[in-house]
Design a protein around this ligand. Structure first.
Ligand SMILES: C[S@@+](CC[C@H](N)C(=O)[O-])C[C@H]1O[C@@H](n2cnc3c(N)ncnc32)[C@H](O)[C@@H]1O
Length: 392
């Protein structure tokens, strides 16, 4: 992440333009942190400035705004440095030091699945593809199928993206997203197979497992009739847990195998086979045609909020609901009527880090495209009630 350290910087005039950047406003928190809202190429880019314990400041981009071109952030930081007469002590913002991350056509943001994903082909999903051996094998063998690979381990994602490019595979889409929450983004009855091969067993923390009653329910919704949810594991506890979850369904067709051989062994399977461990397969076949669900929209506020009341009452606060939370982290004042609240919220498994902007009574999220997943929506309702509780 580009950033620089400086002993000093001059306060800018707002709004003002320097180089290619327009600096729109500045907001300060009681902890002494500063946010500067900038704009380049029509995109909002937030700069964060932290005072350091040993003196001086760290200046960096805020993760809430991710510009479409990584070089935008670097240019904005260079423009800010020059406009504010900051003298760098340490910096990695000069172009030659900037790592250019090549976007991959195979890697999709979650918003793509919420708004644009309408494949004509049947979908198969692999959860936690790891080294990708099984995913790549299946994709090459089944060119008529659209594969989605879900993974949260970045080096594994990069490795598989590289293989997709090298092998010119055109039927895999990779997404860096928690599998426990992903199914919400898919239409009903579109998926033929869901593979979960050697998931992390979490024997001591079963609530962290990919499989749960709600995961199975959502998997059945996206599977078409005769579609299958397939677990392959070396963990007898995971096997028993999943089997018993499936047995709690009112009606289920479940097949179990022990030490069955597949055409391809994954990296983890090779490891367990060398140790002569038993391997269990549990396959649940869907029998039901499910109702269609609405496409996910984005979150919005309809209410008006008095920023001065919020600023007066604000304290760092963590609110919890059933499977979701809202953490109000820090309040930044632009002036008496406007400011920002930094917060994280959403599902316990995966949360949004963003800001709420309150400008002359109007409230919006920054960035403004926060998806209305079930957990985000529940958290959003809690946020609106929190505003009402303070303002009315
Ligand atoms: C034990 S490895 C197995 C990898 C591969 N399937 C194999 O058999 O070699 C489990 C993989 O699942 C991924 N994973 C764990 N939890 C996940 C989640 N909630 N969503 C998506 N991937 C997850 C991990 O990053 C890891 O790569």
């Amino acid at each position: 992440m580009p950033n620089f350290h400086t002993e000093h910087f001059d306060t800018l005039a707002y709004p003002s333009t320097f180089g290619e950047t327009t600096f729109l406003y500045e907001a300060r928190s009681q902890r002494g942190n500063i946010l500067i809202m900038a704009s380049m190429g029509g995109e909002p880019i937030l700069i964060r400035i932290h005072p350091k314990k040993e003196g001086g400041f760290l200046v960096k981009g805020d993760k809430a705004t991710r510009p479409t071109q990584a070089s935008f952030l670097q240019k904005v930081l260079i423009d800010f440095r020059d406009a504010s007469n900051a003298k760098e002590i340490f910096s990695n913002i000069e172009p030659k030091k900037f790592l250019h991350v090549k976007p991959s056509a195979y890697l999709k943001e979650i918003g793509f699945f919420a708004h644009s994903f309408q494949p004509e082909r049947e979908i198969w999903i692999e959860i936690g593809f790891g080294s990708g051996r099984h995913l790549l094998h299946q994709a090459k063998k089944n060119p008529h199928i659209q594969f989605i690979g879900l993974e949260i381990h970045k080096p594994s994602i990069e490795q598989v993206l590289k293989q997709c490019e090298l092998q010119c595979i055109e039927n895999i889409l990779v997404v860096d997203y928690d599998a426990r929450l992903f199914m919400e983004f898919l239409s009903s009855n579109r998926v033929g197979r869901i593979f979960v091969h050697f998931p992390v067993p979490w024997d001591k923390k079963p609530h962290r497992r990919v499989f749960s009653a709600s995961f199975i329910e959502e998997a059945l919704r996206v599977l078409h009739v005769k579609g299958t949810l397939e677990l392959r594991t070396d963990s007898p506890l995971y096997f028993e847990f999943t089997f018993s979850q499936m047995m709690q369904l009112s009606k289920a067709e479940v097949h179990v195998k022990k030490n069955a051989e597949l055409e391809i062994t994954s990296k983890y399977e090779d490891r367990w086979l060398k140790m002569e461990k038993d391997i269990y397969d549990v396959v649940l076949t869907n029998e039901i045609h499910s109702e269609e669900i609405e496409r996910l929209g984005t979150l919005n506020f309809e209410q008006n909020v008095d920023f001065s009341k919020i600023a007066h009452a604000f304290k760092e606060e963590l609110l919890r609901g059933d499977g979701f939370f809202v953490h109000f982290e820090e309040l930044f004042e632009i002036n008496a009527k406007s400011g920002l609240i930094r917060l994280s919220f959403g599902a316990n498994e995966r949360n949004e880090k963003c800001y709420i902007c309150i400008e002359e009574g109007k409230v919006s999220y920054l960035p403004n495209a926060i998806l209305a997943t079930k957990s985000n929506l529940a958290a959003h309702t809690l946020i609106k009630e929190w505003f009402d509780g303070i303002c009315h």
